[in-house]
Design a binder for this molecule. Sequence first.
Ligand SMILES: NC(=O)c1ccc[n+]([C@@H]2O[C@H](COP(=O)([O-])OP(=O)(O)OC[C@H]3O[C@@H](n4cnc5c(N)ncnc54)[C@H](OP(=O)(O)O)[C@@H]3O)[C@@H](O)[C@H]2O)c1
Length: 185
Amino acid sequence: MCSSYIAGLKPGDVFCGYVRVPSPAFAPPADPATPLILIGPGTGIAPLRGFLEERAWQHANGTHVGLSQVFVGCRHPEHDYFYRQEMQAWEHAGIAQVHSAYSAVTGHPARFVQDAVAGAADTVWQAIQDGAYIYVCGDGRRMAPAVREALAVIHRKHTGSDDEGARQGLAQLEADERYQQDVFA
Ligand SMILES: NC(=O)c1ccc[n+]([C@@H]2O[C@H](COP(=O)([O-])OP(=O)(O)OC[C@H]3O[C@@H](n4cnc5c(N)ncnc54)[C@H](OP(=O)(O)O)[C@@H]3O)[C@@H](O)[C@H]2O)c1
C-alpha cells in the first residue's frame, strides 16, 4: 500500500508521514565479524535481509564476516517463503545458517520461529557465548514475547538460573544493545 502510494506521487506532491527512529538504532554491529542471530518470520525478514545483503557484499569483497543464525517462518515453503533463493545463496556462501518454521506443513519440526529457536538451543547459546547480537523483527503481540521466552528457556538450561536470572540475563543483553527488537503490535 505505502510503496504503491509513494510510487504514484509526482514532484511537488505533499506526503504526510513520520520517520520513526528506533532506539537503539536496529542496525547491525559495526564489526562485520560479530555473529548474528536474526529472527524474522513473515514480513519481519525485511530489515534482516538488508543485514544479510550487506554481509554478503562484505564477504564477496574479502572481509571476514561472522556467521548469521537466521530464523524465518512462513506457512508453506512453496507458497509464502520470502527471499528463499537469497537465503539458499547466503547459506551456500557460508555466511548464514537458516532455520525454517512452517506453520502449515504437518510434521515439520518447527511450526513457529520460537520453536525453531528452541530446536537450535545449543547453536543459539553458543552464538550468544561467541558474542552474537540478536535481532527480532515482526509481530510484537505474540511472536516476540514467545521468542523471548524461548531465549529465556535456553538461558535457564545453560546457566542453571531461575526465571529471574534468565530475565536479568536477557535484560543485560538488551542494555548492551545485543538484543534488539523492531516489532509491531
Ligand atoms: N504495523 C506494521 O508495522 C506492520 C509491518 C509489517 C507487516 N504488517 C502486517 O502484518 C501482516 C503480516 O504479518 P507477518 O509478517 O507477521 O506474517 P504472517 O504471514 O502473518 O505470519 C508469518 C508466519 O508467522 C506465523 N505465526 C502466527 N502466529 C505466530 C506466533 N504466535 N508466533 C510466531 N509465529 C506466528 C504464521 O503462522 P500461521 O499460519 O499460524 O498464521 C506464519 O507462518 C500483514 O497484514 C501486514 O500488513 C504490519
